[in-house]
Design a protein around this ligand. Structure first.
Ligand SMILES: Nc1ncnc2c1ncn2[C@@H]1O[C@H](COP(=O)(O)OP(=O)(O)O)[C@@H](O)[C@H]1O
Ligand SMILES: [Mg+2]
Length: 281
């Protein structure tokens, strides 16, 4: 089952279209969820039969509109709608528990104007164990490319799995992006490196890593994009030509107590295409 969160925003509509297409390709049902959040209104909670209030009605309208859109895009997909009381972040987190994937918009109705990523999307991407796809509002032409960010840690393996599967069902090219950087030394800038050796070794490591996938997905065309750059820059650039950018939730660096690694966060904020965050087990 694929879950999509809707709040009536343009980005959430794009999320519905994305989720309906993914559900179609994965042969899975679609669950459209709207969280009815009363906390900002400080309204006492009346039982539904006593007071079918404006928030609830508005929620129904949002869900009806989303359902019509899903049907229009993918008439063959079985879709249901659900309005659930609670904060959007908590409701979606809960809904994701038995989902194979959750899709949200990058922005919603609230938030400040300059924000690149809404708080609900950020929360879901940081807390949910299934893959989270964050979809942008802008409509872009289909590029036929899925990009995936690889580091040298086993944590990027689930992302690689997801990316190959997506490339395969979409008939898209897979661009495997590995950005590497030499450590910055404050006191020993003279440590000698043979840059050509380093470059060759980095490339070799990526080719080896992809070998097993080449066997499993012989139809998927692979582009190895190994470069000396900051990973967020390399991924942002790759996102310009991709329909989907896939990243893991953590890499080798950073604290595991953090909800998302710095590269995943950077990708979520700056990518031009949809971003899937795939957490390891
Ligand atoms: N009440 C809600 N019910 C379900 N999904 C929601 C709700 N609010 C937000 N979302 C989901 O989260 C996405 C991002 O919204 P949000 O993080 O709230 O951004 P903003 O801060 O701009 O409002 C939306 O596009 C939608 O997919
Ligand atoms: Mg919001």
């Amino acid at each position: 089952m694929i879950v999509v969160g809707v709040d009536g925003s343009v980005a959430a509509r794009a999320a519905v279209e994305w989720a309906a297409n993914d559900a179609f390709r994965a042969h899975e049902p679609l669950r459209i969820v709207h969280a009815v959040d009363r906390t900002p209104y400080q309204v006492r909670r009346f039982p539904e039969e006593d007071l079918p209030d404006a928030l609830k009605r508005q929620g129904r309208r949002i869900l009806d509109e989303a359902l019509a859109l899903a049907h229009e895009r993918q008439p063959g997909v079985e879709a249901t709608t659900h309005d659930i009381e609670g904060s959007p972040a908590a409701v979606l987190r809960d809904q994701a528990q038995d989902a194979s994937e959750i899709v949200v918009g990058s922005r919603g109705l609230g938030g400040f104007r300059g924000a690149l990523l809404g708080s609900v999307s950020m929360h879901v991407a940081g807390h949910v164990t299934c893959p989270v796809v964050v979809v942008r509002a802008e409509h872009r032409p289909v590029r036929g490319q899925v990009a995936v960010g690889l580091d040298d840690s086993p944590q990027s393996e689930p992302a690689l799995d997801y990316a190959f599967r997506q490339a395969w069902v979409r008939g898209a090219t897979l661009r495997a992006v590995h950005a590497w950087q030499l450590p910055v030394h404050a006191f020993a800038p003279q440590i000698p490196y043979d840059m050509d050796d380093v470059r060759a070794a980095q490339h070799r490591a990526v080719v080896d890593r992809l070998e097993a996938y080449k066997q499993r997905y012989p139809e998927v065309k692979i582009v190895e994009d190994v470069q000396s750059a900051h990973p967020v820059d390399a991924l942002t650039e790759a996102s310009e030509e991709a329909d989907l950018l896939v990243v893991g939730s953590h890499g080798r660096g950073g604290l595991t107590s953090m909800l998302l690694g710095s590269v995943s966060r950077g990708a979520l904020h700056h990518a031009e295409c949809a971003v899937a965050v795939v957490r390891g087990t």
